[in-house]
Structures are given as structure tokens and as C-alpha cells.
Design a protein around this ligand. Structure first.
Ligand SMILES: Cc1cc2nc3c(=O)[nH]c(=O)nc-3n(C[C@H](O)[C@H](O)[C@H](O)COP(=O)(O)O)c2cc1C
Length: 205
């Protein structure tokens, strides 16, 4: 089982990223984590969490979670978004895939054009060129033609476009339910077992 890459960028929806990290750590996966400056800003605004990217510690992101103990912290390898010498910047570094969650329209544009201006763009570019799984979780509405074209470009290049669009057919009762819905779909794409949301066709639906 190889490592996974999770990138958090400056779109709304930091709660999806935090939940995803919790689930991946609980599943015993090693996660390479990169957070853009805008992602850090949105985490602070939406979740009230102060993430110090110069001196990162997992409990800054998962303060109430049992997964932010020493074992969890050992599974999450944080990389500065400017660090092009990180392993994940190279195709020779093996991973099981990468998720950009949430993905801003800015990062979507950069990745779709192969710009590689920071470690997030570069790692995504590597996943595409190595034909590995890249899951992009965009959050914007409404969508303009440039954004839609960028999504089409990425989908054509092999990425999975998995918009942060929770369904309502399983009667969500809380924000947690909505967050879990999206994270469950991401985990399904990654092949990470999860029991976060009821599946259509299961007896309880
Ligand atoms: C509170 C807040 C919410 C934002 N929400 C979104 C969003 O939902 N989608 C988006 O594309 N950009 C959003 N932005 C703007 C991005 O953060 C901005 O375009 C930034 O340059 C993205 O940089 P990054 O892709 O390097 O993270 C938001 C910004 C802030 C401060």
C-alpha cells in the first residue's frame, strides 16, 4: 500500500479536507499534506483553526480528533507548498493517488494548464503524467465557461472531477452528514474502505 497526497487549497469547504484527513489516518494511510496560503486562510475563516504552515502540527488541523495523537501525527507528512524538493514533486516517488480538496478555481486553472507553480500544481501534474489517480474536488458556483473548460481539460487528462456536491437522497440531518457524503465518494475513488454514508440500494434506504 503506497502513500496518498492530500492538497488543501483556498476554496470554501475546509471541513471536507479535515474529515478526509481524519478518515485516511484512521484507515492507517500515510498522507503527504500540502496546504496553499489561501487554503490556510480559508481554514482559519471557516473552522476557526490556526494552522501554522511554518511549524505544522497535526493537532492544529484535527484538534478534537483521536487521530491527532502520536500515531496519527506520524502518518501525516507535511510539505511546504513551495518545496519542490519534496518527494511528491517527482514521478519516481510512488503514491496511490492524490486528492485536491477543496480545489479552488485558481488551482484548477493552474493544474489544467500544467503550470506547476507550486508543489500542489507540480504533484498534480506528476500524478497525471504518471497515469495515477488525481481527484479534484472543485467548489464554486455558478461556473463560467473558463472553469468548465478547465474541468473538461483535466477530465480528458485522466483526473476525476468530484465536485463538492452532497446529495440529499439519504436524508442528511446535519452538516456532518453533508460533509461525510462528499468524503465517502472521495474514499470510494481512492479505494479506502469507509462507512460514512448510507449507500443507495442498501436496506436502510
Ligand atoms: C473565505 C474564502 C472563500 C473562498 N471560496 C472560494 C471558493 O469556493 N472557490 C474558489 O475557487 N475560490 C475561493 N476563494 C478564493 C481563493 O482562495 C483564491 O482564488 C486563491 O487565489 C486560491 O489560491 P490557491 O488555489 O493557491 O489556494 C475563497 C477565498 C476566501 C478568503
Amino acid at each position: 500500500m503506497e502513500d496518498l497526497v492530500v492538497a488543501i487549497t483556498g476554496a470554501s469547504g475546509s471541513a471536507y479536507a479535515v474529515r478526509l484527513l481524519e478518515v485516511l489516518v484512521a484507515a492507517g494511510r500515510t498522507v503527504h499534506l500540502v496546504i496553499s496560503p489561501a487554503g490556510q486562510q480559508v481554514i482559519g475563516h471557516e473552522l476557526g483553526l490556526k494552522v501554522d504552515t511554518e511549524n505544522f502540527a497535526l493537532e492544529q488541523l484535527l484538534p478534537k480528533s483521536s487521530t491527532s495523537d502520536d500515531a496519527g501525527a506520524g502518518q501525516v507528512r507535511f510539505h511546504d507548498y513551495r518545496d519542490f524538493s519534496a518527494g511528491i514533486a517527482s514521478g519516481s516517488f510512488q503514491t496511490d493517488g492524490m486528492v485536491i480538496c477543496p480545489c479552488s478555481m485558481g488551482t484548477l486553472a493552474a493544474v489544467s494548464q500544467g503550470l506547476s507553480q507550486n508543489l500542489i500544481h507540480r504533484a498534480a501534474d506528476v500524478h497525471l503524467k504518471e497515469r495515477r489517480k488525481l481527484i479534484v474536488v472543485p467548489r464554486e458556483t455558478p461556473l463560467g465557461s473558463i472553469q468548465l473548460t478547465n474541468m473538461k481539460t483535466l477530465a480528458d487528462a485522466g483526473a476525476v472531477i468530484l465536485p463538492a456536491m452532497p446529495g440529499f437522497y439519504n436524508q442528511p440531518q446535519s452538516i456532518d452528514d453533508l460533509v461525510n457524503f462528499v468524503v465517502a465518494r472521495i474514499c470510494d475513488q481512492l479505494g479506502v474502505p469507509q462507512d460514512l454514508a448510507k449507500r443507495w440500494g442498501s436496506q436502510s434506504l
